[in-house]
Design a protein around this ligand. Structure first.
Ligand code: ATP
Ligand code: MG
Length: 505
């Protein structure tokens, strides 16, 4: 149906309707809560479809991350149908229907190619809402997809600089590079489809008869494992440069191939990511690296030149140190993180940024006079500088950057434990992350494997044994060669000067 150079871009032609008998999307794989929402909309006389990544993933036999619903009901009409519903969104109103931890996002059809549901940063609208909804707001705070940090503040700031239009709800505004800044038009399903990014993400599963509506050849592209932007690729990337990152994400996550015309502009347009609000890039980073396919994402980003506009210091470090131990540590750390995600264990941006910034931090320490290499203050300065460099593009919330600092500051204390008081480190809030980093470093010869093992053993030991193990430590003789056993008083506390633990590449 779609030859590679026929670009689906002409709205208002009828969809290909794929009947239930001809596709594999079964209700048994759809979240019961999403089905509840779909049925209730249908029973109230509205159109209701599942749309986006969930339909794509169901066709691929994957478990969808979340279920998004599209409907012709207006947000206020959706809200009236569901008690557990809250309207969010500054630029468009979206309905969030809450079922415990699960949120079903219901979006009214609209005709825009601006950032869409799912990626659209949501904003709490407490001032407009009544008390009952404040409870729901609490749920958003705790149960946000990956982080409660949203791009909304940046977005809001950015939009406020745009001159308001008297008919603001119906206007569409672009900035100088072609990025859509504002668009508030509701429409029909055949308007809605054209704002979506890739054909694979633009399939609609109709609850009325369980058919799939395909306006853009998405089913065929999914079958061919092909990522194809809807419309003119350059225009679509200019409207929203984050689509370049989304392309890389789906390439890595789904193993799809980005077809040539959709891949080609990325190299030329990647610097447009510099104009994306840093908080939105932070959210995208988490989707890229903390959703189970981070190890595959890194090489895709590097190959497509997309690491540089995100984290130039990391891109430069990796380019300057090909095949380094640090690169291997980063790859292994990402693989470990993916394994945690698939085992349903928690993952944290703190550890992710510690992995990514390891190289730049090491390089900053090495650029200091060798006499400082083993000082904790040098490690902290390097952490702060590396984080500042990253912050120019990505808004890393403070609690994560502080955590990263603590993880690095723990390294020398873990490498050169000093008697029984070192045992107290086990209760340190960052101990787990610091220990995990030590294990990784030891795996690549960047820290003593014996010491890493000691920490593994000591955690499993009884209190009595722990004491004996700590007493048996011969701290002074184990200090790195060339380093005097300095004991300095700082702030009334004794501290071991120590190895940066991050230097050797
Ligand atoms: P994931 O599996 O990561 O959730 P997804 O495709 O569902 O992938 P979401 O971010 O949840 O991605 O977005 C839901 C849908 O909204 C997408 O499938 C796509 O149709 C549309 N969409 C999201 N972001 C954009 C964007 N930046 N531009 C255009 N359409 C978008
Ligand atoms: Mg999704």
């Amino acid at each position: 149906m779609n030859s590679p150079d026929v670009r689906p871009s002409a709205p208002h032609h009828p969809p290909r309707v794929i009947p239930r008998a001809e596709h594999t999307v079964s209700r048994s794989h759809i979240s019961p809560n999403a089905l509840r929402v779909l049925y209730r909309l249908r029973d109230a006389g509205f159109q209701a479809f599942l749309v986006g990544g969930c339909v794509r993933d169901l066709l691929l036999g994957l478990e969808p991350k979340d279920f998004d619903v599209a409907t012709d009901a207006l947000p206020e009409q959706v809200k009236r149908l569901f008690r557990n519903c809250r309207l969010v969104g500054r630029r468009f109103r979206l309905a969030h229907v809450f079922f415990g931890q699960e949120i079903i996002e219901v979006a009214t059809f609209r005709a825009a190619s601006a950032p869409a549901q799912g990626e659209e940063p949501v904003e709490e609208e407490r001032d407009e809402e009544d008390g009952a909804e404040d409870e729901a707001a609490g749920q958003i705070d705790q149960g946000g997809p990956l982080t409660e940090v949203h791009a909304a503040d940046f977005e809001a700031e950015h939009l406020d600089r745009v001159t308001p239009h008297p008919d603001a709800d119906l206007e569409r505004q672009f900035d100088a590079s072609g990025r859509i800044l504002r668009d508030n038009v509701y429409g029909t399903i055949d308007d809605d489809v054209w704002r979506r990014d890739f054909t694979a993400n633009a399939l609609y599963y109709n609850i009325a008869d369980f058919s799939i509506w395909d306006y853009v050849g998405g089913a065929e592209d999914i079958a061919a494992r092909r990522l194809r932007l809807i419309g003119d690729p350059e225009t679509r990337y200019r409207e929203d440069p984050v689509r370049m990152l989304r392309a890389a994400r789906f390439e890595a996550k789904l193993g799809f191939e980005i077809e040539a015309a959709s891949a080609e502009p990325i190299e030329r347009l990647r610097t447009l990511l510099g104009g994306v609000p840093p908080a939105r890039l932070f959210d995208e980073m988490l989707k890229l690296f903390l959703t189970g396919h981070g190890a595959r994402t890194l090489p895709v980003l590097r190959r497509r030149g997309l690491l540089e506009p995100l984290l130039p210091n990391v891109a430069h470090y990796l380019a300057a140190h090909p095949g380094s131990l640090v690169e291997r540590l980063l790859e292994q750390g990402l693989a470990n993180t993916d394994a945690r995600v698939s085992a349903g264990r928690s993952v944290t941006p703190t550890f992710l940024f510690a992995l990514l910034l390891y190289g730049p931090i090491a390089a900053l320490i090495e650029a200091m006079p060798p006499s400082r290499w083993h000082e904790i203050s040098a490690i902290l300065e390097a952490c702060d500088q590396a984080v500042r460099d990253a912050q120019r593009h990505i808004a890393i919330p403070k609690r994560f950057s502080l955590g990263l600092r603590e993880m690095f500051a723990l390294q020398p204390r873990l490498e050169y434990p000093r008697g029984r008081r070192s045992l107290r480190l086990i209760g340190h809030p960052r101990f787990r992350a610091g220990y995990d980093l030590l294990l990784l470093r030891a795996q690549f010869g960047l820290a003593s494997a014996e010491r890493a093992q000691w920490w593994t053993d000591v955690q499993a030991a009884s209190a009595e044994e722990q004491g004996r193990m700590a007493d048996a430590l011969a701290a002074p003789s184990e200090r790195p060669a060339g380093q005097k056993s300095r004991r300095r008083r700082r702030g009334g506390r004794r501290r071991a000067g120590s190895s940066s633990g991050s230097g050797d590449t």
